[in-house]
Write a protein that binds this ligand. Structure first.
Ligand SMILES: [Zn+2]
Length: 220
């Protein structure tokens, strides 16, 4: 695990290994169980909804491991529509139910799907009392693509808004407004260095599927 030691020496305190399907979730859990500086998120991405059977998405060993601190990546993607929307919705509801049972935070992907995502997360927030039992946020809206009003509502429901590095692009006016008005209340940053390089801003970071947050240290 030399690469994790090197990351730690460079100042990375924790790494969250994200699952996006059954295989990658098992891998994330295996990594986390072998390394104290790695935590795991287990979930099925909406792109894979049509391949996710009830059994494979709910009965993994992954869900039961104490290394799993987050359910994700889950969500809705109506931009690419790689799985039918009804199957994406069904899978998202199941995974939010799993997150509720585990009292786990969630990592949510919403692309051109806020109309369906918002009522689901509003209801989930109401069911959870707006916070996890330990008082921390319910989850993160990653790579946020909505406007400032949507960001305000997600934050009120108990979520963190994660702004991606396209915010540095001169044309990213909506995202800049989100960042200016709301991100100080619920901050998250995607360290997607490939995009950042295109916009001419130097950002050092990890890969898109890897992030570290001090607040994840306590496993739930
Ligand atoms: Zn995503």
């Amino acid at each position: 695990m030399r690469r994790f030691e090197r990351a730690h020496e460079a100042g990375v305190e924790l790494i969250l290994a994200l699952g996006v399907d059954a295989a990658s979730s098992r891998l994330a859990v295996a990594l986390a169980e072998r390394n104290e500086r790695v935590l795991a998120a287990a979930g099925v991405h909406p792109h894979d909804a049509q391949d996710a059977s009830e059994r494979s998405s709910m009965n993994w060993r992954s869900w039961r491991s104490t290394a799993v601190v987050m359910v994700g990546e889950i969500g809705l993607d109506y931009y690419r529509n790689l799985s039918p929307r009804d199957q994406q919705l069904r899978l998202l509801r199941r995974q939010l139910a799993t997150a509720a049972v585990r009292a786990s935070r969630s990592r949510c992907h919403a692309r051109e799907a806020h109309e369906d995502m918002m009522p689901l997360l509003e209801q989930w927030s109401r069911d959870m009392g707006g916070r996890l039992p330990d008082g921390r946020p319910l989850g993160v809206l990653h790579y946020f693509s909505g406007d400032a009003d949507k960001a305000r509502r997600y934050i009120e429901w108990g979520f963190v808004i994660s702004v991606h590095t396209s915010v540095t692009h001169p044309k990213a006016v909506l995202l800049q407004e989100v960042a200016a008005r709301h991100v100080h209340r619920a901050p998250g940053v995607e360290t997607d260095s490939r995009t950042a390089r295109r916009s001419g801003i130097a950002v050092s970071g990890t890969s898109r599927r890897t992030s570290a947050r001090r607040s994840l240290r306590s496993r739930s």
